[in-house]
Design a protein around this ligand. Sequence first.
Ligand code: NAD
Length: 361
Amino acid sequence: MVRLEKLNVGVIGAGGHGKSRHLLPYSKLADVRLAAVADIDPKRREEAARTFKLKAYDDYAEMLDRESLDAVSVVTPTGMHSEVASYVLHRGVHVLVDKPLGASLQEALGVARAGKQSGKKLMVGFWSRFSPALAFGREYAERGLLGNAYTAYGYIVRRRGIPGIPTFIDKKLSGGRGVMLDIGCYALDSALCLLGFRKPVSVSGATYTAFGKNPDEVKFNWGNYDPSKFELEDYATAFVRFEGGATLLIEAGWAANVSHVGELGRLRILGDRGGLEATGDEALREISFHSRTDNALTDTKPILRELDLGYEMVRAFVKCIRDDSSPVVSAEQSILLHSVIDGIYLSAEKGEEVKIEQVQI
Ligand SMILES: NC(=O)c1ccc[n+]([C@@H]2O[C@H](COP(=O)([O-])OP(=O)(O)OC[C@H]3O[C@@H](n4cnc5c(N)ncnc54)[C@H](O)[C@@H]3O)[C@@H](O)[C@H]2O)c1
């Protein structure tokens, strides 16, 4: 149904990401009325309320009671995504939940099912999906220019970037999972996207805590955390097998003795007709295509547009509500992603390859 009036939007969680990738982009959309923000931290909610001229609430349920909201962004710590997003959906409000959909497959399924039952739009906030480099790769893959894409490699690693704030390292807030869930999910989501979300069948994973517990390392990383309480993995690697025989090797690191200083993302897909190589950070920024004609090996490097990916993400969410179309980043895709991530952690714990069962929403 096309609605002409402005969409009433609220945001739950006014932290770094809530401000920069949700509140700010919504404030730029002409067909949105940014109405309210909820955050348990008074400083954050008041600051957001002042900056964006909104009503501020400490309790998101009260925000839903008092404001007549059409849509809400959930940008709380990951360990709360499932509970908060499911509640909002059950209240009959469309939800954009920042990545990842939940801390585990079970949690992600909870939100996905709440979305299905409510009949409301549920989109997962992977801003990386709006990358022009990824779009170029998808177009080439969908046009069959890779031929049979048989293997892929995804990498997202920081030299020193353990996010030493409670949101990311407190077991409850983070959902008890480290780098593979936090940023590995970007590399995995982009890889799955270019592989056409084919079904994963098994995975062998390993996780390491090489830096997080070392007191000498704290000053090189982010925040000022207590290393004796650090319980998450700061590096993870996995080998995934898909239906039809394709494979994916993936690595994610919050800290590693690598040559690059900042966060580096890499993705490579090899097919028998062509291959794609991309680099970036959480989002892919550059991509190239490698193939051959009858007589020459060829390289294609597109000139890509510069886009504000956070803006594109919220715009796509608003558009799917207005057009009553499917969200660009769907819960179904994230269920596949979480089945791999759960498999990685289970395999790491058992020390052996594990099967990935297909689950229905
Ligand atoms: N897409 C990205 O690139 C990206 C980058 C960073 C973070 N994130 C995701 O965004 C989420 C938030 O990350 P962040 O960096 O903004 O963290 P943050 O700690 O800066 O912000 C989280 C906010 O949620 C608030 N909050 C906690 N419990 C709440 C509740 N019950 N009701 C309302 N508010 C509550 C906190 O007070 C805080 O202000 C995480 O899930 C993270 O994975 C995504």
